[in-house]
Design a protein around this ligand. Structure first.
Ligand code: NAI
Length: 344
């Protein structure tokens, strides 16, 4: 039986994983702890580790996993910015769940936008207190506004369709535009200059890190709403705070935060908040934060469990890695995956 150590497990992870583990004859052990240098020894004796967005899979962790005999890192998410792929190459194969419910994330994105601009979160709290005043709750229509979408992959495209349903004009930026679509692509600068709302749907890479910074904010319209349901480090949080304090940014809707790894997914109520930047953001009336929740639907959890179990089973039983990621993939003839089933 294939033995898998599942790190950073929450109740909702173990909801669907057992069903698909049984189907593929996998033996799963659930650990509450995140994978990092201090917990990697827990993986001794396992064939694979299963990790999520805030586990630390750096060079040292990969070395230790390899030395302990682990041969597969199965991400139960799409993003893989927390894995040192070049350190893993030649040692441990890395697989992910490329798509589990782009609808879940796109729908959460519009939920954040509507909640923020129509002040639903404030109205909810008021009416629970029998406060039926409307003062301070004035919003604005989405119809006719321009939404700039950065990244037009699976999630970005669904979000664009939702925006169009609201009668919004959509501008998009993507270095790899979908030429077969009717999406209006513009330069990043033009997107910054013309958008009333900007939503981030690109991966976190060297190119996109802090794509929202002091300079880009200076190009934006006054009152712009910024939404980030992708990865926290796409936004320079200090620049965001400065933009909000200058009244340049009208609102920010954040499902991710650049320093989220020790905070999000955990109940920190009753603790002193050590992260002053996050505390400042939370204190602002026009900032709405959810804690990396956009993926969290029944449909997505089921798909994650199904693909993760299939990924692990097919690697160990058939030697195939359909959802493998590696830093050499796509680089012409250095990419072995075109010739063989695996990257190395
Ligand atoms: P995808 O791979 O289908 O699309 C990403 C798009 O970004 C591609 O079209 C790509 O060409 C584009 N892109 C790459 N570099 C870019 C750049 N420099 N500037 C602008 N666009 C660029 O990915 P998908 O499924 O749409 O997911 C997007 C992101 O959403 C993921 O990378 C992940 O970080 C995030 N995500 C967040 C979740 C959450 O719960 N908050 C859940 C799932 C994904």
């Amino acid at each position: 039986m294939i033995k898998v150590a599942v790190f950073d497990t929450k109740a909702y992870d173990s909801r669907y994983l057992p069903e698909f583990a049984e189907k593929h004859d996998l033996s799963l052990t659930y650990f509450d702890a995140k994978l990092d240098e201090s917990t990697v020894s827990l993986a001794a004796g396992y064939d694979a580790v299963c990790v999520f967005v805030n586990d630390t899979v750096n060079k040292n962790v990969i070395e230790s996993l390899y030395n302990q005999g682990v041969r597969l890192i199965a991400l139960r998410c799409a993003g893989f910015n927390n894995v040192d792929l070049s350190a893993a190459f030649g040692k441990i194969h890395v697989v992910r769940v490329p798509s589990y419910s782009p609808n879940a994330v796109a729908e959460h994105t519009i939920a954040l936008l509507l909640t923020s601009i129509r002040r639903i979160h404030k109205a909810y709290n008021r009416t629970r207190d029998f406060n039926f005043s409307l003062n301070g709750l004035t919003g604005f229509d989405l119809n006719g506004k321009t939404c700039g979408v950065i990244g037009t992959g699976k999630i970005g495209k669904i979000f664009i369709n939702i925006c169009r349903g609201f009668g919004m004009n959509v501008l998009a930026y993507d270095p790899y535009p979908d030429k077969s679509s009717d999406i209006e692509y513009v330069s990043l600068d033009e997107l910054f200059e013309k958008s009333d709302i900007i939503s981030l749907h690109c991966p976190l890479t060297e190119q996109t890190s802090h794509i929202i910074n002091n300079e880009s904010i200076s190009k934006m319209k006054k009152g712009v709403v910024i939404i980030n349901t992708s990865r926290g480090a796409l936004i320079d949080s200090e620049a965001l705070i400065a933009g909000i304090k200058e009244r340049k940014i009208g609102a920010a809707c954040l499902d991710v935060y650049e320093e989220e790894s020790d905070l999000f997914f955990e109940d920190r109520s009753g603790h002193i908040m050590n992260d002053d930047t996050l505390a400042r953001l939370i204190s602002m009336p026009n900032v709405l934060i959810t804690s990396h929740q956009a993926f969290l639907t029944e449909e997505a959890l089921r798909n994650i469990a199904e693909t993760t179990a299939e990924n692990i089973s097919s690697f160990f039983r058939n030697g195939e890695t359909p959802n493998e990621i590696c830093y050499r993939c796509g680089k012409g003839n250095t990419c072995q995956k075109n010739r063989e089933q695996k990257c190395f």
